[in-house]
Ligand binder design. Sequence first.
Ligand SMILES: Nc1ncnc2c1ncn2[C@@H]1O[C@H](COP(=O)(O)OP(=O)(O)OP(=O)(O)O)[C@@H](O)[C@H]1O
Length: 491
Amino acid sequence: MDRGSNSIESVVNTVVFTLFPTIIEALVVTAIFFKLGTPWIAITTLATVIAPITSCPVRSSSLIYSYLPNHSLSSPDSRSAVDILINYETVKMFGMEQEEASTYAALQKAYQDIYIWFRLTRNAISLGQDAIKSIGLGSAMVLAAIGAAHGNLTPGDFVLINAYAAQLFGPLFSLGSTYRTLTQAATDLEKCVNLLTEPITVQDDANAKPFEVEEEALVEKRVGDVRFENVSFKYHGTERGSSGGLRNISFHVAPGRMVAFVGASGAGKSTIIRLLLRFYDVDSGSVFIDGENVRNYSQESLRKQIGVVAQDTILFNRSLRFNISYGKPDACDAEIYDAARSAALGDFVDSLPLKLDTIVGERGVRLSGGERQRVGCARCLIKAPAIVLLDEASSSLDTQTEREMQANLREVCKNRTTIVIAHRLSTIMMADEIIVLGTDGAEEGLGTVVERGSHAELIRQKGSYAEMWDLQTSFDNGELSEASEVKDSKK
Ligand SMILES: Nc1ncnc2c1ncn2[C@@H]1O[C@H](COP(=O)(O)OP(=O)(O)OP(=O)(O)O)[C@@H](O)[C@H]1O
């Protein structure tokens, strides 16, 4: 928005304070020269003023660039450079350093070529423009001098013409760059207008109310009731076309209870979380929190009461303190340490020389995947939300740390409604209800409920959950026995 208001200011400044006065001044000076009985000087002056004004669009850099094929005004390599640097581990893992260096060099070369061409063209046009101005001014002076020599003009008239012309040509010299500012500002303005007219997919209702939770009600498990009723949703209007979503999903999580979602990749587990956070509105059916349709809550208040620990926790390139207290910016150090300890991060923080002041790097690259995930968990815990959503929240942790974090999470989440998504079934065995999502038989690959029940019930049903459980436990046992065999053979 800042850029938008700057653009408006630039356009107004350029038109009101430069372009408009220059044209008016040129007309006035021309009229004065006519009045002085020097029409040739008037015509020369007017032509000299008009020539640079009309050549301004050509001189404007954006116009010159628009004539060039496949090039943009901004440095073409900046995005690629950031991309390569962020993915430096992938580049190294695939031994692509040479290829990436060549691609970068080629982009840099293309940018240099176009920039040199641009400078040459611009300078040539500037030269022509300045030549017109100088010849015009010179001619006007020569004509005035001849007029004064023949007695048609007085020496005072000569001085007057000189003064007017000098005053007039001053702003003309800056008109080229001013025009460029004008076109750039107009382009920025257009982008801003496009952004502002972009339709907002999820909007707060005019009478939207805040979703507020009192600590007492939370402890007494009176808030945080989540209900999905016959919810169907399809992703629309993406580059890939519409693909994926949910069909006819219903479930209920009473305050303080835990429901877990498991199932095939792409079955729509994370979509449930996105709908609850109201990143999208459902196509049909309803989502209720504490008996109120989520559409009736303001999005901001809703999201303030929901804490999410995601599979990929992206961190800010700031300190651990900043990243953990992001969930509660006014948290004191004691609260931050408590949250860190509950997320099994206490020993790690203590082992760092700078403790909470340690900078985590771009997107948290200086931390391991598991440490990032635990920071994400601490961030959620410090927020103390009414509803906790754990989307593969411990997938990057080793078994020991995962158990420790699970135990802490259970303690911290004991009064809070918790929705968990997990692939590792051992982490959700204790959930009050486990819902298995699948795309079997659903049209267009939409996710639907395949099975539901407690862990024990689902094992007894001997359906797809029992199959997944058998597979995971036999894999774990197999791995263990294989590992002990290898160990034994080494003895
Ligand atoms: N923004 C989007 N636009 C279009 N389709 C999407 C979008 N996000 C997800 N999908 C599609 O919707 C389906 C469900 O996605 P979702 O992320 O909910 O799956 P999931 O069950 O959580 O998968 P995973 O276990 O792999 O994380 C997938 O087919 C996915 O490709």
